[in-house]
Design a binder for this molecule. Sequence first.
Ligand SMILES: NC(=O)C1=CN([C@@H]2O[C@H](COP(=O)(O)OP(=O)(O)OC[C@H]3O[C@@H](n4cnc5c(N)ncnc54)[C@H](O)[C@@H]3O)[C@@H](O)[C@H]2O)[C@@H](O)CC1
Ligand SMILES: Nc1ncnc2c1ncn2[C@@H]1O[C@H](COP(=O)(O)OP(=O)(O)OP(=O)(O)O)[C@@H](O)[C@H]1O
Ligand SMILES: [Mg+2]
Length: 357
Amino acid sequence: MLVKHSSSTVLRRQQFLVRTLCGSRTHLPKLIRATMSSKSEAADAESVLRTVTPSLDPKRHKGQAGKIAVIGGCREYTGAPYFAAISALKIGADLSHVFCTKDAAPVIKSYSPELIVHPVLEESYTISEEEKRKVEDKVIGEVDKWMERFDCLVIGPGLGRDPFLLECVSKIMLLAKKSNVPFVVDGDGLFLVTNSIDLVKSYPLAVLTPNVNEYKRLVQKVLNCEVDEENAGDQLRSLAKQIGGVTILRKGKTDLISNGEIVKSVSIYGSPRRCGGQGDILSGGVAVFLSWAQQLKSDPERNFSPSESPAILGCIAASGLLRKAAALAFTKHKRSTLTSDIIECLGESLEDICPAS
Ligand SMILES: NC(=O)C1=CN([C@@H]2O[C@H](COP(=O)(O)OP(=O)(O)OC[C@H]3O[C@@H](n4cnc5c(N)ncnc54)[C@H](O)[C@@H]3O)[C@@H](O)[C@H]2O)[C@@H](O)CC1
Ligand SMILES: Nc1ncnc2c1ncn2[C@@H]1O[C@H](COP(=O)(O)OP(=O)(O)OP(=O)(O)O)[C@@H](O)[C@H]1O
Ligand SMILES: [Mg+2]
């Protein structure tokens, strides 16, 4: 039988072996030294999922389990905002909104009647130079009407990179910060933030979820160096610290999470399929679990330690659930596993850990 060990067990064993064999740290082989100097603590994702997922209490009213808004969706991309928004609902949020361009809205609406879709964003090609200021005010006004009702935003899935649209989205980020609404920045939202890091700097309610390319660009821009795989945990911690303590979830074979203080890892076995859209599920999931963890934090009977910040807990829970659902979808669909198949497995995977009754 194949026995799997957690990375911390493996690390402890490596350290024990190395101490026993070499006696001194200076003699350690390079790879083991790198692992030791780049410590991250393996998170118990299932336990976090159990802690943050609320029970289905008949006394609660619509909205109390979370109101999420995705800012994304343009002419090219309609799948990404849909995946993020529908995942939020499938995990257990009560309401899921999408703010997208006028072109994308009918398409996203046609995927699902469950989503509330606002066709408010504009790309440069639809407006003249003279209209820009008026249109920007209108876009901001439309989003502002709703802002205080949201528990968390997901900014970026399928947003595209149109300069005028991104300018409007940077104003939406300022609105969210003014209202203390947490936000998850993903996809093209990270393109925007990497070029204007002040948009998120020192905002404790910001979570960045970069994939391999997005992370590389962030490291180059903020730390002015290349990605250092041998010291992955330490580098992530430095990056988060440099951006003023925002939370970063670095996606990959192992998901690494840091807020500049601690580094946690999630490496539950997921799926070998790398089809597009899995990061979008993750961003919707982080938004929901972060909102639930925020609710727990406001409970005076709960004593939160700094390592249990809602953002960190949200990232751990979403990563664990996505990986579990991806593994389940893969057992059913093998090579033809798609993002929609993984979304269909979110409920069953969460049920396995936190039964509804
Ligand atoms: N169905 C959809 O509408 C989808 C839209 N998406 C959106 O597409 C936009 C661009 O996102 P991308 O993730 O493509 O941007 P990236 O900058 O991550 O990827 C750009 C290119 O890098 C390559 N790449 C990706 N992962 C890599 C890896 N591990 N190693 C080496 N090369 C790699 C890809 O093949 C792609 O051509 C975002 O707005 C995103 O949200 C994606 O979320 C995927 C699904
Ligand atoms: N090599 C890998 N092995 C196992 N799981 C992985 C691997 N790479 C990524 N994942 C999982 O897939 C999730 C999505 O990561 P990915 O890098 O595909 O994001 P992305 O490129 O932003 O996706 P999207 O196509 O939605 O934009 C991660 O959180 C992680 O759990
Ligand atoms: Mg992505």
